[in-house]
Design a binder for this molecule. Structure first.
Ligand SMILES: NC(=O)c1ccc[n+]([C@@H]2O[C@H](COP(=O)([O-])OP(=O)(O)OC[C@H]3O[C@@H](n4cnc5c(N)ncnc54)[C@H](O)[C@@H]3O)[C@@H](O)[C@H]2O)c1
Length: 400
């Protein structure tokens, strides 16, 4: 039985622990990554808080610890179509996991060139992967990491469904299911909405089996696999472009920086722990949709939290000053968010919810590597439009 799986973007924050988990579960994993995320560290002059080792060392140490091989190809999937095609023909994977996109909303909004790079990279990566699957003739299940952000953050008073909205048309006489209306809040989110249209098309036209995972904001750092050896440590982004909010708050508290709440902190977002990310991706791989079925969409998120409440929780756990900064984004100051996540639960997923032990674990990592933090990189300096203002100082009061 062939059990090859390609993980595109397997050197990244979600991709690395997922590659290890899938490898540990007995699949032959090949990582494809052009290391652009590491190069972006150089551009932004800010490294992962955790000292990540080179990809070659990571793979070598994994082999030493587990006797399992992980293959690696340095390749830009947005540009090297022929290389990609050859790889599909050679490996004939049963599934691929597609993480290989520019994934930070603030980075995508930094400048016209960052906007254009994000569009070119993300759209071409997805397009090349889908096109090369068709051309190679390989029957392979595509598992893609999308985001809860494609729905926008207004819920019209209902739980956001898993990808499709039931609507009544023709004076209520006919019911249809349509893709939930896309409502991107940044160029990055816009590319994820466009990915969804490409999936819809390739599934309809070429019967490619696709699972699109609308993931919440990921928190946490390590998984049992990355903890086997310090050289397997996962990356920890804390800067204003790539850092995700809960990890940022825990790190800020650890280094004595005020917690950087934007606006009123009334924004509600969906969250998932990194250990659940890897589990969910494996569950998706092991339960592919059947041929002839439309694109399957799961909401890969455990629970939602209001940013102010999150800051309060961090304050209660480790003690921290909370400060409110002018919001660099164009977004609603406050929103509620409810969503369905029955898809994964029906496959046996029991979500990890925010808990003191796991928050403490992140905080301990932040304390351990705190001296690597460059505090000048903490504030988000990427502005959504000309009406937004940089705010390095913040205030004790909510910014309306
Ligand atoms: N981190 C989160 O909180 C989060 C939340 C929701 C969704 N996601 C999605 O999960 C995916 C992975 O996110 P992440 O946090 O691991 O990001 P990341 O930036 O850490 O990892 C992405 C990896 O893809 C690689 N890559 C990017 N473009 C490539 C290209 N053209 N060719 C080859 N490799 C390329 C990068 O070098 C990097 O290693 C993204 O698509 C993102 O949209 C992440």
């Amino acid at each position: 039985m062939r059990k090859n799986i390609i993980v595109f973007g397997g050197d990244g924050f979600c991709g690395w622990p997922t590659s290890l988990h899938i490898s540990a579960c007995g699949y032959n994993v090949t990582i494809v990554d052009n290391l652009v995320r590491r190069k972006t560290d150089i551009e932004l002059e800010c490294e992962s808080l955790t000292p990540i080792t080179p990809i070659g060392t990571r793979i070598e140490v994994w082999k030493k610890m587990t006797s399992k091989n992980i293959g690696y190809h340095y390749m830009n999937v947005a540009e090297d179509y022929e290389g990609l095609l050859a790889l599909f023909k050679k490996l004939k994977p049963i599934a691929i996991v597609h993480f290989a996109e520019q994934r930070a909303a603030p980075y995508s909004m930094k400048s016209p060139s960052h906007k254009r790079y994000t569009v070119n990279n993300n759209i071409n990566a997805t397009s090349n992967i889908l096109c090369s699957i068709v051309e190679s003739g390989v029957d392979c299940h595509v598992v893609h990491l999308g985001t809860m952000g494609v729905y926008g953050y207004g819920t019209a008073g209902m739980k956001i469904p898993e990808g499709y909205l039931k609507v009544k048309v023709g004076g209520d006489s006919q019911k249809i299911k349509m893709l939930y209306p896309p409502n991107p809040g940044s160029i990055y989110h816009m590319t994820k909405c466009q990915d969804a249209i490409m999936f819809y098309y390739y599934n309809k036209n070429d019967d490619i089996r696709i699972t699109d995972l609308h993931q919440g904001i990921v928190w946490g750092t390590n998984t049992p696999d990355t903890m086997l050896d310090e050289r397997l440590v996962n990356r920890f982004d804390y800067d204003g472009d790539y850092g995700t909010v809960l990890n940022r708050f825990l790190m800020q508290a650890a280094v004595g920086h005020p917690l950087t709440v934007h606006g009123t902190g009334g924004q509600t977002r969906a969250f998932i722990h990194i250990q659940d990310t890897v589990k969910c991706v494996r569950l998706a791989i092991e339960n592919p949709p059947r041929h002839g079925k439309r694109v399957r969409i799961f909401n890969q998120a455990a629970e939602s939290y209001n940013i102010k409440d999150l800051a309060q929780k961090v304050n209660e756990l480790v003690g921290a000053e909370i400060r409110y900064y002018k919001n660099p984004r164009k977004e609603d100051a406050e929103n509620t968010l409810q969503f369905q996540n029955e898809g994964f639960k029906s496959l046996g997923w029991e979500p990890i919810t925010l808990n003191t032990n796991l928050m403490k674990e992140v905080s301990d990592i932040a304390l351990k590597y705190g001296e690597r933090c460059d505090k000048r990189k903490i504030i988000c300096t990427s502005l959504w439009n000309k009406d937004n203002e940089l705010d390095y100082i913040g205030s004790k009061e909510e910014v309306i």
